[in-house]
Design a protein around this ligand. Structure first.
Ligand code: GSH
Length: 223
């Protein structure tokens, strides 16, 4: 299989982690979806990374659907528990992780605009804040040991927490203090540390590519 990914993508990282947790061999083709020469429109009608090209040549796109597809076709080891309540709990963690990442991405691009909208930023920022509070409540004292199974909820939540750290490290949204989740939620810090010590997480650390976000939003505004 081939994963079309971008080096900093938290969405592509989720897929790469699942492939590694399931010991599925794959190759990676890196792309930059924000530039004109991107290859994503050839493979996905949604024109976004990540895309998984199966051995049969089928294009599977959108990280959540790719993970569902992998769970259906490669069920061992499972990344969801068999108990119905436990499964629903993990899917809720996954949902929170995904939505917080989307709000964070909206914020980063809005901040890069020449004249960011304060009400729009406030709206997205509030959602990041309440989403993180809920995530912290639901995670509680969970911190999976290296030999423990992890879930799609852990993958989504872990990738989103790392994404927020990455945004802080890169100084992409210095004014958005809500991204600084660590002092507020020590339990999430312990949870993230446990996840980030797994080989699947260690081997998929986000790396920025050469891209000026201000150029991207200016091109969008001009289009
Ligand atoms: N919901 C999508 C989001 C993926 C996404 O936002 N990918 C970014 C790269 S990290 C992208 O391809 N953006 C290009 C665009 O939206 O035009 C998923 O989970 O796969």
């Amino acid at each position: 299989m081939k994963l079309i990914n971008a080096t900093p993508s938290p969405y592509g990282r989720k897929v790469a982690i699942a492939l590694k947790e399931k010991s599925i061999p794959y190759e990676v083709q890196y792309d930059i979806p924000w530039i004109a020469s991107t290859i994503v429109p050839e493979y996905s009608p949604l024109q976004q990374l990540p895309i998984l090209i199966t051995d049969e040549g089928k294009n599977v796109y959108d990280s959540s659907y790719i993970l569902d597809w992998l769970e259906i076709h490669y069920p061992t080891p499972p990344l969801l528990p068999s108990d119905a309540d436990a499964r629903a709990h993990e899917l809720l963690l996954r949902l929170l992780g995904e939505r917080i990442a989307e709000f964070a991405q909206i914020i980063v691009f809005e901040v890069a605009r020449p004249d960011p909208s304060t009400p729009w930023l406030d709206r997205q920022t509030r959602k990041v804040g309440t989403g993180l509070a809920e995530l912290a409540k639901l995670i509680g004292d969970r911190a999976p040991a290296p030999q423990d199974a992890i879930t799609l909820g852990d993958i989504a939540a872990g990738c989103t927490l790392r994404m927020l750290d990455f945004i802080i490290e890169r100084n992409y949204a210095a004014s958005i203090t809500q991204f600084n989740w660590r002092p507020l939620y020590p339990n999430l810090a312990a949870y993230a540390a446990a996840l980030e010590s797994r080989p699947s997480f260690l081997e998929t650390q986000p790396v920025m590519f050469e891209l000026d976000l201000k150029d991207v939003v200016e091109e969008q505004a001009a289009a």
